[in-house]
Design a protein around this ligand. Structure first.
Ligand code: AMP
Length: 395
C-alpha cells in the first residue's frame, strides 16, 4: 500500500481528494468539522515536506452551480483548522484553476471549487479527470467517504499519475482497520451486527462468516431469526420473507464454526414510544401487543463476556432503538464493553451509519481504536467489495 509517507513532497504540488462534505447551518457555518480535522495530517505532511496542497472535494448535491453549495463558505474554517490561510479558486478545472495552481508556493494551500458543479464529476468523465490531473504532480486520495464511487476525482483521475499516486493517511488508516477485522486481526475476532433489518446486512453477514469467530446479532434483526426458530416475537419488527435466509445463515455459521450469539431477553414495550410501558421478557416469548426495543439484562451480560474475550472487534449497528433514551441502554452497555476490551488491548473498529452516530452521541469515539469516516464505503468494504477509489491507487 503506497501512502504519503512513501513520498517527499518538496517543491511538489499534491492534488488531494479530500472529503469536505461537511454539514452547514443556514448561515453557511460548519456545524461539524470532523471531516476537515480528519484530513489535516495528510495536508500538514505535504506542507512540512516543503510542498503545496491543492484540495478538491464535493459539497452536497448541487444541480449545476449553486452558491449555497460553494466551498468558499468553508475556506475560513479550513484555514483555522490547518493554521494556514487557504486560497480559494472559483472553479475546479480550466485556466483559472490552472493559473491559481501555477501561482502556488511551497507551504501554500489552494481550495478548488465544488467538484459537483460539473456533472462530469459523478459521471466519471475521463476528459474532466484529465483536466483535474493538470492541477498536481502527485495525486493523493484521502476521501474514504467517496472511495466506493468511480467518480472523476476519486478514481478516474488516478490513471493520469502512473506511479505518482498514493493514499492519504486517513484513507490508509481506514484500509488498515478494515483489513485488521477482515483478515489480519488477532483472534478471536467478533463482529457485532445490529440495526433494523436483516435484508440490509445480509451481504455483510455472508462475507464475514468466513472471517470471524463470533457473530453477535442484535437490534431489530433479532426478531426475524427468533421467529424463524419458532419463537413468539409479539409485535416486534420482522421481515417475514427473510426467515428462511435467517435459518440458512445459522446453518452456514455452524458449518463454518462461527458462534452466533442472539439476545436471550429483551426490553419489551407496549408501543413504539419512549414513554411506553416496558418489561423484560424472554426473546422468544414476547406477548402480543408488545415489541422488543432493546437488549435485556441477561443479553447485555452475555454479550459483555463475548466482547471481553475478543481481540478484534467490529461494531456495526445499534442493539436497540437508541434514539429513544429508554431503549438506549443495550447500545450504551455494548459500547462500554467494547471500550473495556479496547483498554485491555483489543482492536475495535466502529463503522457504518448508525453505530457511528451512537458512538458519537454516547462519547465512545475516542475510546475505541477507530471510528470509520465513511458510511456507504465502510458497508461495501465489509461486504467484501473492492472499492474503485482504492483499486485505482493500487493499480
Ligand atoms: P440500520 O440503519 O439498519 O443500522 O438500523 C439502525 C436503526 O435500527 C436505528 O434507527 C434503530 O432505532 C433501529 N433499531 C434497532 N433496534 C430496533 C428494534 N428492536 N426495533 C426497531 N428498530 C430498531
Amino acid at each position: 500500500m503506497k501512502t504519503i509517507n512513501d513520498f517527499n513532497f518538496e517543491n511538489k504540488k499534491a492534488l488531494i481528494r479530500v472529503d469536505f462534505n461537511v454539514p452547514l447551518n443556514e448561515n453557511f457555518e460548519v456545524t461539524d468539522a470532523t471531516r476537515i480535522q480528519a484530513a489535516k495530517p495528510t495536508i500538514i505532511k505535504v506542507l512540512e515536506d516543503g510542498g503545496s496542497a491543492v484540495l478538491m472535494s464535493h459539497l452536497g448535491r448541487p444541480q449545476g452551480v449553486q452558491d449555497e453549495f460553494s466551498l468558499k463558505h468553508i475556506a475560513d474554517d479550513i484555514s483555522d483548522i490547518l493554521g494556514v490561510q487557504v486560497k480559494y479558486v472559483a472553479d475546479c478545472v480550466g485556466q483559472e484553476a490552472e493559473d491559481a495552481v501555477a501561482a502556488l508556493s511551497p507551504g501554500e494551500v489552494l481550495l478548488l471549487e465544488n467538484l459537483r458543479f460539473h456533472t462530469s464529476e459523478t459521471k466519471g468523465d475521463v476528459t474532466f479527470a484529465e483536466q483535474l490531473s493538470k492541477l498536481g504532480d502527485i495525486y493523493v486520495n484521502d476521501a474514504f467517504g467517496t472511495a466506493h464511487r468511480a467518480h472523476a476525482s476519486t478514481t478516474i483521475v488516478a490513471q493520469f499519475f502512473a506511479d505518482n499516486k498514493c493514499f492519504g493517511s486517513l484513507l490508509a488508516k481506514e484500509i488498515e482497520s478494515i483489513d485488521k477485522v477482515l483478515s489480519s486481526g488477532e483472534k478471536p475476532v467478533t463482529a457485532v451486527l445490529g440495526g433494523s433489518k436483516v435484508s440490509s446486512k445480509i451481504t455483510i453477514i455472508e462475507n464475514i462468516l468466513d472471517k470471524v469467530d463470533h457473530l453477535i446479532i442484535g437490534g431489530g434483526m433479532t426478531y426475524t431469526f427468533v421467529k424463524a426458530q419458532g419463537g413468539q416475537i409479539g409485535d416486534s419488527i420482522c421481515e417475514d420473507d427473510k426467515q428462511e435466509l435467517a435459518l440458512e445463515i445459522l446453518k452456514k455459521a455452524e458449518e463454518k464454526g462461527v458462534q452466533i450469539h442472539l439476545p436471550v431477553d429483551v426490553l419489551g414495550a407496549d408501543a413504539f414510544d419512549n414513554d411506553a410501558n416496558t418489561k423484560v421478557v424472554a426473546v422468544n416469548a414476547i406477548p402480543e401487543g408488545w415489541q422488543g426495543l432493546d437488549a435485556g439484562p441477561e443479553t447485555i451480560k452475555n454479550f459483555h463476556e463475548v466482547i471481553l474475550n475478543s481481540k478484534t472487534i467490529l461494531w456495526n449497528g445499534p442493539l436497540g432503538v437508541f434514539e429513544m433514551e429508554n431503549f438506549a441502554k443495550g447500545t450504551i452497555a455494548l459500547g462500554n464493553s467494547i471500550v473495556e476490551a479496547t483498554e485491555k488491548g483489543a482492536f475495535s473498529l466502529v463503522g457504518g451509519g448508525d453505530s457511528v452516530a451512537a458512538v458519537k452521541q454516547f462519547g465512545f469515539g475516542s475510546k475505541v481504536s477507530y471510528v470509520s469516516t465513511g458510511g456507504g464505503a465502510m458497508l461495501e468494504s465489509l461486504e467484501g467489495k473492492t472499492l474503485p477509489g482504492i483499486a485505482a491507487i493500487e493499480k
